[in-house]
Write a protein that binds this ligand. Sequence first.
Ligand SMILES: C[S@@+](CC[C@H](N)C(=O)[O-])C[C@H]1O[C@@H](n2cnc3c(N)ncnc32)[C@H](O)[C@@H]1O
Length: 370
Amino acid sequence: MTLRQQLQNRNISEHGDRQITVECVHKAIPYGNACRELIHTADALAATPFAWSLKTLICYDIFHATEKILAGSDDPVPHFISILQDNAELLKAAAFRTEAYTQMPSQAFETLEQETGSHYGNLFNKFDEEHYFDEPLRLLRTRLERNRFDFSFMRGKRALDAGCGAGRYTFALRSLGFEEVVGLDCSIEGIAHAQQTADSCTMDGVSFTQSSVLDIPFADASFDFVFSNGVLHHTRDMQKGIEELLRVLKPGGKGFLYLIESPGGIFWDCIETLRAVMRDVPYESARRQFALMGVPAHRCFYILDHIMVPINIRSRPEQVEQMLQEAGAVSVRRLTRGTDFDRIERIHRQMPFCDVKYGVGENRYFFEKP
Ligand SMILES: C[S@@+](CC[C@H](N)C(=O)[O-])C[C@H]1O[C@@H](n2cnc3c(N)ncnc32)[C@H](O)[C@@H]1O
């Protein structure tokens, strides 16, 4: 069976994969039972605004506390289990109150792209300047430098940022040296925000267009560089997306692709467990709760990004390599370095318990078109 067939066989409905599979609860993993118990406890709550707030609250607490134990040097497993158990207890204690509130209507979307686009468009729209302009530039420069990307390649070249969100990396690519950068995304809100930013700043050579990465509205061989950072794993057909990237790339052109990874250790098992906990919480309710708690916009994005998006498919490195090769890419190279904050960099530095914490680390790839 080809990878495309395997992906198509996943139970992805018109509204994404909300029948979420949490792999760790089916495996003999020491924290699997605690994850299962938490999900069952969350499932037992009635669908009310109070329950949604509570779930969002524990989502924040579990994500934040897990991040802390991943940054430490102790064995993370016993700590992770107690975080899950404490929060399951909290949900149980509050369960009796949830019947008292009426249900708030949740937002209906006509297509998966609209839902995904609205999710991200509403998360990206309140970033401050540091997190919109400065941080992405720093992160991208470090990722490219530490993996020996030739920056002189950028001079006079045209790049595509496929799935640009609100454009933070589109501006970073232009600042790093590309002559022209086009940002493309299905998000109406994301593109409107990006366009507004472009109109109000002095940087030239940046433009935006609203479209799907599965049907890129540019002719074959239109770009010298294609960049897709954390996008195709949220679509129905990753292989088609990769084929589109290769189609619009010129012969001799280069590409950068980031796709989320499997196996992914506690980092991804935590996110998958929280996807199951949060699957009936309306987007607006979660965002409002985070805002009430004073969580800054970039943190809100970082936490809710994968937890609330309809499709979130993790790939093994060999699957990504197979997809790239099937689409005609050559010189496919997995990046082994990242920023200090990246999982792959922590693995590179052989920090303690890396396997159990992070699995194989991010799938970031360079590739070329022959
Ligand atoms: C995690 S965000 C990444 C955004 C940007 N690359 C960045 O790193 O800031 C994923 C983006 O993919 C976009 N996206 C998802 N499916 C898409 C599709 N079929 N076509 C175009 N964009 C899509 C979403 O709207 C969202 O902006």
